[in-house]
Write a protein that binds this ligand. Structure first.
Ligand SMILES: *Cc1c(COP(=O)(O)O)cnc(C)c1O
Length: 369
């Protein structure tokens, strides 16, 4: 044996690791400054913090941390079901919605299979497909949008899953109801379609995909507590699908995949309408502000339906580095094959203003005025 890689599963050799937003603590250590001085606009986290109701409920829940969680997630699944107008049997909980993507891999992907995703789509799909030895076909994305016709045309007999991120991260583009309906009228029944709706609660007139769950089509709708509810650190997401699909996915799940503190926090966050409303308002205002400023700076950006905006700064990694020295963390998109772009999460108004001021400084260094 030359190396451990000789006996490890072959698909792991080429597999790249997910590159998360640069953490605040790491940046603080590198710059040798107080972490509180740093503004992180790199992971689409909630600028208002977690739902205060969730924090309160989680504090109380700590008293029972010696007990294993309810593996069936009874209360949370029921609360989600009644909110969404479906049944408990239509819901599976994940350790973040990313874990539900992994369940889909366990359930439907094996070496030689194919998954279909759009170019510049959320990178988790192809990483997880690769983990199961499946190949991801990436379809071109004109104007940075998903092209659902191209995705349909890419379906071969080896295709098992089509991943549709709506809105997509990092591009922020939204697919209309009309396009979704046309897609659903054409997609073969033996292919599973995943609608990843991590930013659903930020959309003004969200398209309805749950009607396809009610029609027992082979779709899985993914949502999460990480974004609007501000619970990214507790890791709770969920999938919504017809009961047989959920039964298949449940077989792939570890018995206690969502911890008890997270379940209780998520349950309380669901009821916290004020926090949800306030977050959406803050994000709507911040989005308008940032998009106006980008236009003023003559920077190309993609109008976003999420709590983040992708903007063309010329040299993404360089601008990321320069903003970092000004204590602002954004997301370079080189890994998405978008080297000219960075993705900026919408923060509080104070954070947004500081970000724009810093961006103006670093851009004026490069540009003759
Ligand atoms: C943030 C995000 C998620 C959420 O992941 P969690 O595992 O629930 O934190 C899922 N899909 C997309 C497209 C995202 O941007």
């Amino acid at each position: 044996m030359q190396s451990l890689w000789d006996i490890a599963n072959p698909q792991l050799r080429e597999l790249s690791v997910y590159e998360p937003g640069k953490p605040i603590e790491e940046t603080a250590r590198e710059l040798n400054i107080d972490p509180r001085e740093i503004i992180k606009l790199a992971s689409n986290e909630n600028p208002l913090g977690s739902s205060p109701k969730a924090i309160e409920a989680m504090r109380v829940a700590l008293n029972d941390a010696q007990l294993y969680p309810d593996g069936g997630g009874f209360y949370l699944r029921n609360a989600l079901a009644s909110k969404l107008g479906v049944k408990c049997e239509n819901i599976i909980l994940g350790n973040g919605s990313n874990e539900v993507i992994e369940f889909l891999g366990h359930a439907f992907l094996k070496p030689g299979d194919e998954a279909i995703a759009s170019e510049h789509a959320f990178v988790a799909y192809k990483l997880i497909a690769a983990l199961f030895g499946a190949r991801t076909i990436e379809t071109p994305s004109p104007n940075y949008e998903h092209d659902l016709n191209a995705m349909l045309d890419a379906i071969t007999p080896k295709a098992r899953i089509v991943f549709i991120a709506n809105p997509n991260n990092p591009t922020g583009t939204l697919i209309s109801q009309d396009k979704i309906d046309k897609y659903m009228s054409r997609v073969p029944e033996n292919v599973v379609t995943v609608f990843d709706e991590a930013y659903y609660e930020f959309i003004d007139n969200p398209p309805d995909t749950l009607k396809y769950v009610r029609d027992r089509r082979n779709v899985v709708v993914l949502r999460t507590f990480s974004k609007i509810h501000g619970l990214a650190g507790t890791r709770v997401g969920y999938g919504i699908a017809h009961p047989e699909m959920i039964a298949v996915l449940q077989k792939t799940r570890q018995p206690f995949n969502v911890n008890s503190i997270a379940q209780i926090g998520a349950l309380a966050a669901l009821e916290d309408k004020a926090h949800e409303r306030e977050t959406k308002r803050l994000v709507d205002d911040g989005r308008s502000y940032l998009q106006e400023e980008f236009a003023e700076l003559k920077l190309a950006f993609i109008p976003s339906a999420g709590n983040f905006i992708m903007v063309n700064v010329g040299d993404g990694p360089a601008i990321f580095g320069k903003l970092l020295t000004r204590k602002i963390i954004v997301r370079p998109l080189k890994g998405y094959n978008l080297p000219e772009w960075v993705r900026i999460s919408i923060g509080t108004m104070t954070q947004n203003r500081k970000c724009i001021a810093a961006l103006k400084e670093v851009l004026s260094q490069d540009r003759p005025s």
